[in-house]
Design a protein around this ligand. Structure first.
Ligand code: FMN
Length: 355
């Protein structure tokens, strides 16, 4: 049976289909639980959440499902910035903030939530699976997580990163292809050198890595899942396809924009966060393409553009929202997560001639 893969067995799930963690509000407890209840693995994108909010969301997920689920965090990364660079970044954002009737200054920078405290909640709340991106947890944290029987899923965008994850005793690896929506998980070298398509990345990893590989990027239907299995993947992680599910928490305008796409209209940009990410092209990404040298490192830029993103939401303006999406966004459908899972399973049963 196609679904009985090492990944499905390791995660104790019926179908080797993971709903991607999507920080920023898409992966509501309802979406996470619906995916897990339908036989996949739901994941909470908790990277931007305060520890208390994570605790509340985990408890809600546990009320809604008794199936396994994952919580995902961002591994903190190094960044450098000077007061002059912050000033320059604010000036470059001026035109957009003025149009939205808000102001941005250096005072708008806030530190992101404490990773150590976020991780503490995951351990205290007995979360069964921890997934992460942008790096590798410290050896001490890996031991702590393993001592608490928490399975670990890392993210790689190159073979070198995947080898390092395996060497560090990570249990499974998401192979994030160039097609993927959201931030690049790259943590070794520069992101532009790690833009590898899934058809190249998955077999590279499958040939050299002995732990399950999870294909991720542009996967929207049964055909793409079957292709991922052929490439050596043991399962898939799908983000964009779940963004337009009824349980997803994204802004209605973002959802409407996704549902109205007719072809790939995505772009890789650092404009919103300072870290390379794929999303729907809009006025802000086009405008900031002329100010590339003013964009500060993540998480500074992310913090500086927060007001712009918030104001865009309150004004329902897709011109200034960050609308992360993969290259196959035009295949999005507005359905319940359970129905999406069912249609994927039905397509795979036809492809593999199983029932
Ligand atoms: C809106 C959005 C937010 C995302 N946030 C996260 C995140 O918090 N953590 C993470 O590991 N990956 C995140 N990703 C990347 C996904 O894990 C995955 O690689 C990607 O969705 C796959 O491409 P697809 O969107 O075409 O399916 C995000 C993707 C999207 C679209």
């Amino acid at each position: 049976m196609w679904q009985n893969t090492p990944l499905a067995r390791k995660l104790s799930i019926r179908y080797p289909i993971i709903g991607a963690p999507m920080a920023g509000g898409a992966t509501t407890p309802e979406l996470v639980a619906a995916i897990s209840n339908a036989g996949g693995l739901g994941s909470l994108g908790a990277g931007y959440m305060q520890p208390e909010q994570i605790k509340k969301a985990i408890r809600k997920i546990k009320q809604l499902t008794n199936k396994p689920f994952a919580v995902n965090l961002f591994i903190p990364c190094d960044y450098r910035v000077t007061p002059q660079e912050i000033q320059l970044a604010c000036t470059a954002l001026n035109q957009s903030s003025t149009e939205l009737k808000t102001t941005i200054s250096a005072c708008d920078y806030h530190d992101p939530p404490s990773y150590d405290e976020q991780l503490g909640v995951i351990i205290e709340e007995y979360v069964p699976i921890f997934s992460f991106t942008f790096g590798i947890p410290s050896t001490k944290d890996i031991s702590r997580l393993k001592n608490n029987d928490i399975l670990l899923i890392g993210t790689a965008t190159t073979l070198t990163e995947a080898l390092l994850l395996e060497e560090n005793r990570i249990d499974m690896i998401v192979a994030q292809g160039y097609e993927a929506g959201g931030h690049r998980g790259t943590f070794l070298g520069i992101e532009e050198d790690a833009l590898i398509g899934l058809i190249s990345l998955v077999p590279q990893l499958a040939d050299c890595i002995n732990i399950p590989i999870i294909a991720s990027g542009g996967i929207m239907d049964g055909k793409a899942i079957a292709a991922s299995f052929s490439l050596g993947g043991s399962g898939v992680q799908m983000g964009t396809a779940f963004l337009t599910c009824l349980e997803s928490g994204i802004h209605p305008k973002y959802k409407k924009t996704l549902l109205s796409q007719v072809k790939d209209n995505t772009v890789l940009t650092r404009a919103f966060s300072g870290k390379l990410a794929r999303g729907i092209q809009n006025l802000f990404t086009k405008r900031m393409a002329h100010h590339l040298d003013t964009i500060t490192d993540y998480p500074i830029q992310n913090s500086l553009t927060q007001k712009i993103r918030q104001k865009a939401k309150s004004l329902h303006s897709s011109d200034f929202m960050s609308m992360w999406a993969g290259q196959s966004a035009h295949l999005c459908k507005e359905v319940k997560a359970k129905e999406l899972l069912k249609s994927l399973v039905d397509e795979l049963n036809v492809i593999y001639n199983t029932n």
